[in-house]
Design a binder for this molecule. Structure first.
Ligand code: ZN
Length: 335
């Protein structure tokens, strides 16, 4: 459990009263003094729907600024949620890293920081640190469940999937699996993070709170289907938590996947990437999945990247150029 104190104030203020019944659309306001706005502030939208006594669910988009399903589905929910059908509280933050969303980049253009490596944050830190600190100390303790909608962003693309983590506590794990089934993405990746430190995921899970994330599409855009999965998934989570009274939006069953050791394929050279397998394709260990070409040596054979194991292509680097050290692909296996 967290021992993070709420004694010290945040520099962030808000016109939202999280305890007030009804619908509120407001902002988290943080000081940001810069050349064009010396006494300026950043106003990050937040909406709260509180109808009757029940659990609290936090819905987040824009943790990374170049992933669009989250902001779009969150805005659609803000417009469409009917307070009369709610038994509990829904807090919606469509753009958690608001400066990054406005800039269309993964990281904040103000401080260069990754929101999903900034938790638990720092009240006296940079803008990204301040947001993380506010969420950690003043919003997460209110929550019974959190959905954080991610996608591949400009540089990656995914088979549309929800993402949950392998949790040490069996009851926490079971509750999370049930929530992922209700969320009803076509796939659910049960993941062990490469680098969990600083993630919103970790901050939520350390509180014992239910957490579900996604990786939907990518390429710096969105599709009809990935926006639908995000939107239906968040509504389904509200239904599952008992906050929203309506039928679950079912679209087939969720296929559960995992990434065994060696599932991540890393590029070992710079070059032009040619993918030889599609997302979702079944591949066999040793099968060529991609080539990296060197434009300065057109006569040379490209480097061949092979599937490390039998499985399904669930991630690919999407940009045409790839660099040494970039994640080229991830092969997942069905559980
Ligand atoms: Zn992301």
């Amino acid at each position: 459990m967290s021992n993070i104190s709420t004694d010290l104030p945040s520099k962030i203020t808000t016109d939202i009263d999280f305890d007030k019944p009804g619908v509120q659309h407001g902002a988290l306001t943080m000081p940001y003094s810069h050349n064009l706005s010396p006494w300026g502030s950043i106003l990050m939208p937040v909406s709260v729907f509180a109808g009757g006594t029940g659990p609290t669910v936090l819905l987040v988009g824009g943790n990374h600024g170049d992933e669009y399903e989250g902001p779009i589905a969150c805005m659609k929910l803000i417009r469409e949620l009917d307070i009369d059908k709610l038994t509990g509280r829904v807090i919606v933050i469509p753009a958690l890293n608001y400066p990054a969303v406005k800039n269309g980049t993964r990281l904040s253009p103000i401080d260069g920081k990754n929101m999903n490596r900034a938790f638990p944050g720092d009240r006296a830190g940079t803008v990204t640190d301040m947001i993380a600190d506010y969420v950690q100390r003043f919003i997460l303790p209110l929550c019974d469940a959190v959905a954080d909608i991610h996608a591949g962003g400009r540089m990656m693309s995914f088979l549309p999937t929800s993402v949950i983590h392998r949790l040490a506590d069996a009851r926490h794990m079971d509750r999370t699996l049930e929530a992922a089934k209700a969320f009803n993405a076509p796939n659910c990746l049960v993941l062990e993070e490469l680098d969990p430190q600083g993630m919103l995921d970790t901050a939520v899970e350390e509180l014992g709170t239910l957490f579900i994330s996604t990786e939907l599409g990518g390429g710096g855009s969105m599709s009809v289907e990935t926006v639908r999965i995000a939107y239906d998934g968040m509504r389904n989570l509200l239904v599952h938590m008992g906050v929203l009274s309506e039928p679950l939006r079912k679209n087939g069953d969720t296929r559960f996947l995992e990434t065994p050791d060696g599932a991540f394929v890393t590029a070992e050279q710079d070059g032009i990437l040619e993918f030889a397998a599609e997302l979702g394709q079944k591949v066999s260990a040793g099968e060529a999945i991609a080539y990296i070409h060197d434009i300065d040596r057109p006569m040379a054979a490209p480097a061949v990247y092979r599937a490390p194991l039998d499985g399904i292509v669930m991630h690919r680097h999407v940009a045409g150029l790839i660099g040494r050290g970039d994640c080229l692909s991830v092969i997942a296996v069905e559980i």
